[in-house]
Write a new protein. Sequence first.
Length: 96
Amino acid sequence: MAEYDVVTIEITRTYGKVEWREDLKRFLIKAGGKNEPSVFLFTDSHIKDSSFVEDINTLLNTGEVPNLFPPDEKAELLEMVRSGAKQEGKPCDTLE
């Protein structure tokens, strides 16, 4: 784990849901799309809004956060994942 990149959010006075969703998107692209070993460090001091915890819970339970990516960004991310899966010789036909 020492070689993993630790990603965390920086809470400011103006940090809100929009910034949270953008930070979450950047992390998911980095870890899932680019396949970079990463850890998302989220502590109780980062909970500025209860929706932050709801998004993390949904991600852990279902593997995605609904409506996080618009269709065009989602298609681009899926292609990144497909490409990585093909390089590793893993089936990728079920990625939607």
